[in-house]
Design a binder for this molecule. Structure first.
Ligand code: ZN
Length: 346
């Protein structure tokens, strides 16, 4: 009950990649990179276990980018052909891989890395994958000319990967869909975004989640949030659709955000991964602050469906800040469990 978890990514050690940099280049040569990445996975798991995180991840230590890490290994996507486009409703301009043919998963993408992480912890293990709509929004397409059709093929590829990850003992698969919070896409989410997500989770025999955030704490996002006004109500459109979908859990921002928490009531029946750690600030929350955010969420979500979480990934943060935030999250969840007389999750 009240199992603590994280959105996904953690900072990488400075010997592996440039610190405090999003999508940082690797610092190890090809011949030692895999060994270094695996050592970093062991450390990321250890840090979470020490901090009392119940559902852990590999900290995304083997990926540079949460979308390209998956997309570039699919048939039909050319990683070498980069195209400059506006993404997330033109919030940023990015150099992205190009879709040049039918998208297919001709081989496993993260399966070996996931098997290594599975063998390295006895805790419940979550694996993150990009959501289909966010993949479509982070590639340039010169083949389909139809975002909905491309999304469905991406979803089929994601589904094959998710099935294989579940078979090797991953306990939860989370699809990251920051594109779901872009106002300009709300119509597309209704028309094909949710349908593509449903295709990605079809028949997946473990917990499934979707992560919908307001992004990393980088300047483009901080500036964007200012334009969203006093109340952020994007979730109001997507939550009722998700409540009717087959997705098991929804990961949302609650810490230091302007999301009215009563919107969480629209997620009736779903697990709620409530962000109680702000990833856009270097200040480490106290366990009492975390507990107080959890208590505010509990006014709208029963404890049986609530999993305290971070708002988003912590990849760009200094490592010691991220470690402090992990500990605050673990202790804050434990404080509320103790108040409610709940057992720690097995
Ligand atoms: Zn996020």
């Amino acid at each position: 009950m009240l199992a603590a978890t994280i959105a996904g990514s953690l900072p990488k050690p400075a010997w592996l990649a440039t610190p405090e940099t999003l999508w940082a280049p690797w610092r190890l040569p090809p011949e030692t990179l895999l060994e270094g990445q695996r050592d970093a996975v062991v450390i990321a798991l250890h840090d979470q276990e020490q901090a009392g995180i119940d559902v852990v991840t590999d900290g995304e230590q083997t990926r540079r980018h949460f979308v390209h890490g998956f997309a570039e290994r699919l048939e039909g996507i050319d990683p070498a052909r980069r195209t400059r486009i506006g993404i997330r409703g033109d919030r940023y301009v990015a150099e992205v891989p190009t879709v040049v043919g039918p998208v297919r998963r001709s081989m496993p993408v993260h399966v070996e890395e996931a098997a290594f992480a599975r063998a390295s912890t006895t805790r419940r293990l979550k694996w993150t994958l990009p959501g289909p709509m966010t993949v479509v929004d982070t590639v340039a397409d010169v083949h389909y000319g139809d975002r909905a059709r491309l999304a469905l093929d991406v979803a089929v590829a994601l589904n094959a990967e998710a099935q294989e990850l579940a078979m090797l003992g991953i306990d939860a698969i989370q699809f990251d869909e920051p594109a779901f919070n872009v106002d300009a896409y709300l119509g597309d989410i209704e028309h094909w975004g949710i349908q593509a997500l449903e295709r990605a989770i079809e028949g997946v025999p473990c917990d499934t989640a979707v992560h919908i955030c307001y992004g990393y704490g980088i300047k483009a996002n901080v500036d964007w949030k200012i334009t969203l006004g006093g109340e952020w109500r994007q979730y109001e459109r997507t939550f009722p659709l998700l409540a009717r979908s087959g997705i098991g859990q929804v990961s949302v921002e609650c810490a230091a955000s302007r999301v009215p928490l009563e919107l969480l009531r629209l997620l009736d029946g779903k697990g709620v991964l409530a962000g109680v750690i702000d990833v856009a600030s270097l200040r480490v929350e106290t366990p009492e602050e975390v507990a107080s955010t959890i208590r505010r969420v509990l006014e709208h979500v029963p404890a049986t469906r609530l999993l305290p979480c971070t708002n988003c990934g912590m990849a760009p943060l200094p490592r010691e800040v991220a470690r402090g935030k992990l500990r605050a999250l673990g202790r804050g969840a434990a404080l509320v469990r103790a108040e409610l007389g709940m057992e720690a999750p097995a």
